[in-house]
Design a protein around this ligand. Sequence first.
Ligand code: NAD
Length: 436
Amino acid sequence: MQLSVIGIGYLGLTHAVCMADLGHDVLAIDVDENKVGLAAKGEVPFFEPGLEPLLSKNIDAGRLRFTTSYREIAKSARVHFLCVGTPPSRDGAADLTYVRAAATALAPHLRDSCLIVGKSTVPPGTARQVLSELRAAAPAGDKIHLAWNPEFLREGSAIQDTLRPDRLIFGVTSESDEMILREVYQDVLDGGTPCLAMSLETAELVKLSANAFLATKISFINEMAAVCEAIGADVTALANALSYDDRIGRRFLSPGAGFGGGCLPKDIRAFRATGRELGLDSLDRFLGEVEAINMARRARLAALAREMLGGSLRGKRVAVLGVAFKPNSDDVRDSPSLDVCQQLARAGAVVSVHDPAAMQNAAQLCPDLHYRSSIQGAAQAADLVLHVTEWPEYRAIDPSALVAVVARPNLIDARCVLDADLWRAAGWSVRVLGQP
Ligand code: NAD
């Protein structure tokens, strides 16, 4: 099928590449000429394993092209995927400026019937509003159809998540729109992916409530970590024991410095704003607590660092391992680690940072930290090593080799995954978040 993808950020570029790889003829557009130029040359402007070769493969096969012309995409496609950003506005609500701007730019070129498919994360009610605005502005009028197909991909496994998602959600207003979406995703559905059709509003809500649930699960186990610290219990053993209960499950029960990134925090704040708009104070309060617990873990980590260094961080050298908000990503948006780095630096510590992929992005946001290209370089003369993002290479560190480069062998494992016994045997003082 001939498809267009509007917005080639993280979501849109991944979606465009994967749709082309499924055999569709894809034309992708962005207002950012630089991004369009890079993508057309086969370059991915962010870190995502496997995406660049798949981009080049599909460009070479002639199935994937890029443009900055709305006229061109309207002419070439009958299904348009809307993948623009929905950043937070000042009060936390989703800023729909880009969604509106894309619809406004596309509408005058829509002369025939077509299906616009929203993938961005938006508050319930957005889809129906965008549909009526499009119908009012487009020459094709009521022949414009709109569906909402929220996206659940995770950075670091974006291709797999797009081609083999847990489920496909189709928010639709007619059976014929559902059939078009089924045709687009035929190969994915043939692979056994469940597909659920529902109203536009329910589909919009599935995405927000899924993220709210995941954030709640993370904050739950992190609050249990705080309880464990207070009573001398072990949160890792606790999480493991809980996870044997099928009703609870294993995933998202890892204690740590809390959630971050470009999606969960902003979506929680946007959902709280929706709660306030709807007069549902309990939703706002409930998610407010999830957020507060999340932020408290960052403060707890900084406090533990201070405690381990004898009550003051002034002039102390701290090596921080990992600043991406999670491994396999270069994303530092709302990164718990970067927040902790800043708290330590504000308290007078000299903070050296290592990350396998995210240092360039981190340096743009926090130029005052010291960035080191090796773990040893970051740990040089450190009074404390802080393990915050669980990249696989950090599990492979030889503690008896690293002990030789630090000034004082103090380790805090904020992810509860390093072999504490091994580190202790190599002479380190070890504290693990959520453990005695
Ligand atoms: P992003 O900021 O990386 O990309 C958005 C892109 O849209 C940018 O390249 C921007 O230039 C472009 N854009 C803005 N206005 C435009 C316009 N009028 N016409 C064409 N292009 C325009 O954002 P993202 O991370 O890709 O997220 C997009 C949406 O997907 C958000 O709603 C987000 O919540 C949702 N989402 C993201 C992820 C993720 O992991 N990144 C996962 C699921 C859902």
